[in-house]
Design a protein around this ligand. Sequence first.
Ligand SMILES: Nc1ncnc2c1ncn2[C@@H]1O[C@H](COP(=O)(O)OP(=O)(O)O)[C@@H](O)[C@H]1O
Ligand SMILES: [Mg+2]
Length: 273
Amino acid sequence: MLEIKNVSKIFDNRIKGTKSGVRNVSLKIMPGDIYGFVGDNGAGKSTLIKAVFGEYRKDEGEILLDGVDVKKNLGLKRIAFFPDQSIYPKGINVQEYCMLDAKIAGVKRALAKERFRTLLEKFGLSNYRHKSFKDLSAGMQKKMLLIITLVSKPDYIFLDEPTANLDVKARLEFMEVIKFLAKKGVGILITSHIIDELQENINKLSIIDNGNQVYNADFDKTAEKIIDIYEKHSTKVKVDTDKMVDKINVNSKHHDEKVNNQKKDKKAQKNKK
Ligand SMILES: Nc1ncnc2c1ncn2[C@@H]1O[C@H](COP(=O)(O)OP(=O)(O)O)[C@@H](O)[C@H]1O
Ligand SMILES: [Mg+2]
């Protein structure tokens, strides 16, 4: 089990006098789980993940892998991170990239090559082994990156908005790969602000709203709808209404200004005559 226990990471903007980040997030990820971590843009999803992987130093909390601090016993090597923006050299041959990634994870080249070959076959990408990323469609790139992550055989995998920028077909295909992994016993945490794609796939749900974890429970797709839970627990609906009112005000202000200017123009033209 991978346990995230009361983790907080606060960004204190002294100039603006505002605080952001995440407060007191707790998640228990079991092998085979597909855990949905849902929240609006800016809610704090990426911040939590970065705190888990040590990219941000957390202010509070613990991360325990089978009860032991993840920083001990090379624990972090058992967890793979699939970032929201993939940074990789577009011109590199995908197999070479995979070998580099495997090397960092401590997997021997021959073994990595064998695993890569099997995974490419499994996901219908064998013909692309010697291509570079720029030769692949956006959907294929994501799938390829996921396959590369899998070569190091992680026990857990964190995916931050993995389907952003993918079309519906590629998104569905990607979710099929995720389901396959979960069936093999990999524990998965997946963040998204697109709620409908998670509905059919997750078995646990946590909602983060403005840095606060407002919901965390098992999820039964046959009896519950993420959207209902989200609307009940998130403050987004209220915020959006505020935004809409602002927008209406701004629009009507613009409209008033436009009408006034038109009137002025007409007057000016009359005066000229
Ligand atoms: N490095 C940083 N410095 C200051 N503020 C940050 C930093 N990273 C994230 N934040 C702030 O923390 C909040 C959560 O951001 P983020 O975790 O990226 O949200 P999400 O991934 O849910 O869209 C936002 O208000 C964001 O501006
Ligand atoms: Mg994010």
